[in-house]
Write a protein that binds this ligand. Structure first.
Ligand code: PLP
Length: 389
């Protein structure tokens, strides 16, 4: 079976992990700040805080921005549930902004219209979380100008997008946002097994996130309320969590990061191969990539507008029968039972719902061979045309 995504681990990665296992630090130690420094350099940003998942990074990003009960957070329905759950963890209210069906990203037009309405109703969001779907940045300049006009914070959920660029800047530079979050889950662009990071140019936000990733406990005299009792002393100054990244993960991350540029180039080459093949087909539409974006191509998604719900399902089942582990990204978050219980329903975000019925994620990862990619093209074309009406 050809998977839809998989990690690339080489001997250097394995050595980095083994060397760390033989060192005196296993949990958060010297490898973590080394990895963080490499991230800040790659992304041209002031601070990076590594944590145990992107989910934790999203949670701490919301808390650092002061999200709490009675606050409102908006995100895209075309994402993994973690993009919305982070607001719920803080006791805030979540709402969604429908997508641009050509990119799968949050629609700036829909955002603009929803903000104008929310202003009248007094329901403006405190934070908006655009998700860089499949590795392509959202239109951050437009989102940043709306953030200024309507006074909200921006957290980029860039779980798909490390190694991508927007207007020549690396994703993660936070030029148009307060905080950017990455995921290092194995299916993402680079991996630490489990892991994530929050990046920011604000030293205060970085300090808050650092404090909260480890129980809200500090050994730093500057952050204490009284003189230290001695060299053993620490204080818990606020409520935090155990969201630390460990040194083994960080060592793997630093090793993976040295290959990020190459991984993203390989992903782009394969994506071009797919794009060239599928653009000759009238029943298969690759996602658009905007001219000011360099996608990291975490996912390769096609839209099949001649399929309906039943034939879409049949297409994915047939592809799997033929050895291609096709997938669907994403089931709209608002249609998950948990979110339906909060009052969301079918029909709320029609573009995301329609997109879900026609999108197919095909295999894409650096070690996918040309023969495999050709097999994916031939099989997908055959299956989609047979099932189209
Ligand atoms: C993978 C993913 C997450 C969660 O990442 P973890 O590191 O597994 O917590 C959040 N948002 C998006 C868009 C993702 O794809």
């Amino acid at each position: 079976m050809i998977p839809y995504g998989r990690q690339s681990i080489d001997e250097n990665d394995i050595n980095a992990v083994v060397n760390t296992l033989k060192s005196s630090w296993l949990t958060q130690g010297p490898a973590v700040p080394t990895f963080e420094a490499a991230l800040t350099q790659y992304c041209d940003v002031k601070h990076a805080v590594a944590v145990n998942s992107a989910t934790s990074a999203l949670h701490l990003a919301c808390l650092a921005l002061g999200v709490q009960k009675n606050d409102i957070v908006w995100t895209s329905p075309n994402s993994f549930v973690a993009s919305a759950n982070c607001a719920i963890y803080c006791g805030a209210t979540i709402d969604f902004v429908d997508i641009d069906p050509n990119t799968g990203n949050l629609s700036v037009h829909a955002l603009d219209a929803k903000l104008a309405k929310a202003k009248e109703l007094g329901t403006l969001p405190k934070v908006v979380i655009p998700v860089h779907f499949a590795g392509q940045s959202c239109d951050m300049k437009a989102i940043a100008s709306l953030a200024k006009k309507y006074n909200f914070y921006v957290i980029e959920d860039a779980s798909h997008a490390i190694g991508g660029k927007y207007c020549e800047q690396p994703v993660g530079s936070c030029q148009y946002s307060d905080i950017t979050v990455f995921s290092f889950h194995p299916v993402k662009i680079i991996t630490t097994m489990e892991g994530g990071a929050a990046l920011t140019n604000s030293s205060e936000l970085a300090r808050q996130i650092q404090l909260m990733r480890s129980h809200g406990v500090t050994a730093n005299q500057d952050e204490m309320t009284e003189e230290s009792h001695g060299p053993w002393y620490y204080q818990q100054v606020q409520l935090g969590f155990n969201y630390r990244m460990n040194d083994v993960e960080a060592a793997l991350g630093a090793s993976q990061l040295t290959k990020l540029t190459q991984f993203v180039e390989q992903r782009n080459e394969l994506a071009s191969f797919y794009n060239d093949a599928f653009r000759k087909q009238d029943k298969i539409t690759p996602l658009d990539v905007m001219t000011d974006c360099y996608s990291s191509y975490h996912l390769y998604v096609i839209k099949c507008t001649s399929l309906n719900s039943d034939s879409h399902r049949a297409a994915i089942e047939t592809l799997r029968d033929k050895g291609i582990f096709a997938h669907v990204h994403y089931i709209p978050i608002h249609l998950q039972p948990f979110y339906q219980n909060l009052g969301f329903k079918n029909g709320d975000y029609p573009n995301a719902e329609q997109y879900y019925k026609q999108a197919i994620t095909l295999p894409l990862y650096p070690s996918l061979s040309e023969e495999e990619a050709q097999y994916v093209v031939d099989t997908t074309v055959e299956v989609v045309s047979q099932l189209s009406n």
